[in-house]
Design a binder for this molecule. Sequence first.
Ligand code: ZN
Length: 407
Amino acid sequence: MKRIILFCLILFLTGCTKSPSVFTMVERADTGIRNVHYPITKVKKVDEVLNSYVNEVYQIFFTHHANGKYLCPELNIDYIYQHLEDRYLNITLFTYILDEVNHPPIDDVFSLFFDKSSHSFLSLKEVIKEESWENFSSLTKVKFQQQLPSFQEQEIQNLAFQIEEEVFSLYFVHEEELFTVTFPLDAVPLKFSFEPSPTPQEKIIPVSNSIDPKLPVVAITFDDGPTDYTNEVLQILKENDAVATFFVLGNKVEMYQNVIRDLVKNGSEIGNHTYNHKWLSRLSEGEIRFQIEKTQEKIKNITGIAPKFLRPTYGEVNQKIRRNTDLNIALWTVDPKDWKQKSPQKIASSILDIVEDEDIILLHDNHKRSVSALKILLPELKKQGYQFVTLSELTEVKRIREGKFFP
Ligand code: ZN
């Protein structure tokens, strides 16, 4: 028996270590905002390279900040991740720094293409068929020169590149500005052929939660996920017959599609927390729409359900945001500041001290301490007679209570 348990444990642990995850940091401090997302592939050689790029960016950011070059800066690192044919890893990291002094943003880009069989990194030239290189590079040069006349052909072999769905993108940074050239994937003479893996379009039928509108209700919400902790959050919710609303980032939806589907199946709701956590109220109208709509699309693709609620980053709303979305803007009424407060007990008690009927509680599923706080919080709220509802259910309960609902 012991042996079976040990075997299962090893299977479970190796399973855990093999699957990729996303590093998530959303940090608002006096030194500015750091909003960093990049994949942890669990392939040592690849993770070392990604880490060293991110550390280099941190160095530059903090040096400039210390020199007063940046004023109220926001550092963003975002990614595109592709695992192709179970053999190649193609990852691009995008860096942009937005601040009050430097506008437009400062851009940087870094990409890698790793062959797990040969355990080596391949350059652009190494993924293009030799006989087609000359043709491909002159076409690439023409396309870049349309945007940047000073672009030189010798830059081509070192370009960052990314395969994404049906598109092949090439990136070049000139004077802190990012230039992108794209080709349809099937028009690129690659040495390897890639079958795009279809994303599921299944419609999930969630379990329906029975709620008595006469009894107190509370809506728990989680921002900035999903993460490796989200599945544990789901298990704690299930143990307590609870549901919650998860405001997820669009750039993590594909990587965490299984847990998102499980959340929906179990009656929780998925909300929109932008694509990559940029400071929404600072963006242009076009960028705001991109952040919201791309996330809607990603979530609908894997759950069959488009979110109804948007939680703007840093809880900031302005007319520009309202003008560019039909989604309901969802803020919160109870904030235990779990991004700052380190003790799970204190996170739980700062909620329990003030919680009332119809409250919306803000938590983040990218902190272990918030998961631990949930274990304390849910049984206690249940004991006090609270029913756990999603934001859609909370809206319904309020309508019924206001007498605006006619069944
Ligand atoms: Zn957030």
